[in-house]
Design a protein around this ligand. Structure first.
Ligand SMILES: Nc1ncnc2c1ncn2[C@@H]1O[C@H](COP(=O)(O)OP(=O)(O)OP(=O)(O)O)[C@@H](O)[C@H]1O
Ligand SMILES: [Mg+2]
Length: 572
């Protein structure tokens, strides 16, 4: 493309030269009274060939653009997405999904635009400047040098003005993405707006940010408009000056009529292009600003990374050891302090504690979604920090507190547990999770789509799909975080059998607020504010008459109350 664009630019800027040849021939033929057509043929050929050159070169470069453009955009998106995927959980919790996706598209567009601007605007212009200055010099050195210097100054000034415009453009981009962010937030919370009858309020709320966008847009455009005043006026003066200068030279017989025509049209073309170029600068810096913004959001150092020679985790027995773990989500607010837990191979452990006591966090640490500030976590005596994250998470099946599904068919969602599972295996897993019945009742069965994050399913149905997925994955370590909390007691009882079957040869950690689901486990650990306050089997804990016994007696088959006071007053 670099070559073709150069060719095209060179042909275009040579046109005035062909015209000069023609005019000189015509003038001479008239003077000497000879046949014009006999002599003008050569320059006509040149004129025709140059035009043909323009067509061929520009279309060749156009075809290359068609071939290279879309794959390039794909490459940018693919690379950014791949980089994004490796970010930590913490990163995703503090960035909006919609805005990240938006950034990726914007960057890929802007990268393309930046490259095209350089290739199709800046580069051909450099060629035409050089060629036309050489042509002009052949006619009149002084004219060429004066014009060359003028244009250089003009471009430099435009460049620096455009640079100053960047700040405005960036503010404008920020205001734009703020508005998108607010709209996305409002749409995601449309349920709240409906429940509290706040539709008008939401529109009113958005208005403020729309106003900000309008203001910063106006500031940017006014600044650009001022730059354009300079550009247009300066270009006008330049054109008049050059034509006047060339006329003067011609009248003093410094050049032929043909040369005058060439000099005049070259100068006008050059000035016209310089004016176009300075407009390009403004766009160019806008694209660069967009890329800068998007890249600095996405290309940040990864927080959780595999070590250089990370081995695959090999789970043969399934022991889990937390050793002297210190962890805090935010600095200065420690959740775990010197936490030690040791779980034997095949042991089934229950975790209980009031809401916010750190149960889910413990599982997050095990999955290396977050990293402890101090201490180590060992699985079968292998430090999870030194094994690859993929192999670690491959060995653990987790049903999260609030399972999310892809907006893909139920079949695909269940198959996510093991990509090479046959349809038959999927049906078996779904039956074990008691999902088969409701799936078959739905209109399209296993091919129904479940909506964004699985919103078209009830909470309990989503949990059963997540369970089927975990059954299919059949990993040696199983983590259940309130996996059956949304189910009615009858369905839960049915599922307990499947769960018991699933658990029998695995190391298992179960979090539940409904204590009856834990009573049959080998050991129950009671958490309070990140500390272990009691542990033992259900019966041992009841005999202890401590926190657990208290919770148990308060749960007449119901749930653990949320307030710490109720549970823990007069126990300590
Ligand atoms: N991403 C996060 N950033 C900062 N703090 C967090 C984050 N996730 C959880 N926390 C805090 O850490 C504490 C423990 O949270 P965790 O989710 O482990 O509680 P939990 O025991 O699972 O509670 P629940 O029974 O309600 O699920 C809470 O105080 C919570 O506010
Ligand atoms: Mg939790």
């Amino acid at each position: 493309m670099v070559i073709f664009e150069a060719g095209q630019a060179a042909c275009a800027i040579m046109l005035p030269y062909a015209i000069k040849q023609m005019m000189d021939t015509v003038a001479m033929a008239k003077e000497m009274k000879i046949d014009v057509f006999a002599h003008v043929e050569e320059s006509l050929w040149l004129f025709g060939l140059l035009n043909l050159g323009i067509v061929l070169f520009s279309r060749a470069s156009g075809s290359l653009l068609v071939m290279a453009g879309p794959p390039m955009r794909r490459m940018v998106r693919r690379e950014l997405f791949a980089y994004l995927q490796n970010h930590s959980q913490r990163y995703f919790l503090s960035h909006f999904a919609g805005s990240l996706a938006n950034r990726i598209s914007e960057v890929s567009m802007s990268v393309a635009h930046t490259i095209w601007t350089v290739l199709f605007d800046f580069w051909p212009l450099m060629i035409s400047f050089t060629v036309s200055l050489v042509l002009l010099m052949s006619v009149h050195l002084d004219l060429a040098l004066t014009l060359g210097m003028w244009i250089l100054a003009y471009i430099l000034i435009s460049f620096f003005l455009a640079l100053r415009c960047r700040r405005y453009a960036q503010n404008y981009a920020k205001a734009r993405s703020l508005v998108s962010g607010k709209i996305v937030d409002s749409v995601t919370n449309i349920m709240n707006a409906k429940l509290f009858a706040r539709r008008d309020y939401e529109r009113f709320y958005l208005e403020e940010f729309l106003d900000q966008e309008v203001n910063s847009a106006r500031k940017t455009f006014w600044f650009m408009e001022r730059i354009r005043w300079f550009q247009f006026t300066a270009a006008m003066i330049l054109m008049l000056g050059v034509i006047g200068y060339a006329l003067k030279i011609w009248s003093e017989n410094g050049m032929t009529t043909g040369e005058f025509a060439m000099a005049a049209s070259l100068s006008l073309m050059l000035i016209e292009q310089a004016r176009g170029l300075s407009r390009r600068f403004l766009e160019f810096f806008e694209y660069v600003g967009n890329i800068n913004d998007g890249v600095s959001q996405i290309i940040q150092p990864h927080e959780v990374v595999d070590t250089n020679n990370a081995q695959s985790l090999v789970v043969s027995r399934g022991t889990i050891d937390f050793k002297m773990i210190d962890f805090s989500y935010v600095k200065g607010n420690p959740l775990f302090n010197n936490l030690n837990i040791s779980i034997k191979a095949g042991e089934k452990v229950g975790l209980v504690g009031v809401s916010g006591s750190g149960k889910s966090t413990l599982l997050n640490l095990m999955l290396r979604l977050f990293e402890p500030q101090l201490g180590t976590i060992l699985i079968d005596q292998q430090n999870i920090k030194t094994v690859s994250q993929e192999s670690l998470r491959d060995s653990i099946a987790m049903i999260p507190q609030d399972p999310m599904l892809f907006h893909r068919s139920l079949m695909e969602n269940i198959r996510y547990g093991r990509l090479d599972a046959t349809d038959e295996e999927i049906f078996v897993a779904a039956k074990k999770a008691h999902a088969h019945e409701f799936i078959n009742e739905s209109e399209e069965g296993y091919h129904s789509l479940v909506g964004e994050r699985g919103v078209k399913l009830s909470g309990g149905q989503r949990q059963r799909i997540a369970l089927a997925r975990a059954i299919l994955k059949n990993a040696p370590i199983l983590l259940l975080d309130e996996a059956t909390s949304a189910l009615d007691s009858v369905t839960e009882r049915h599922i307990q059998e499947s769960l018991a079957y699933l658990m029998h040869d695995k190391t298992v950690m179960v979090i539940a607020h409904r204590l009856s689901t834990l009573s049959h486990l080998d050991r129950i650990i009671v958490f309070h504010q990140g500390r272990i306050v009691e542990e033992g089997s259900h019966l041992q804990l009841l005999q202890l008459e401590g926190h657990y016994a208290k919770m148990w007696s308060m749960q007449a088959g119901g749930f653990l109350p949320d307030q710490k006071e109720i549970v823990f007053d007069n126990v300590n």
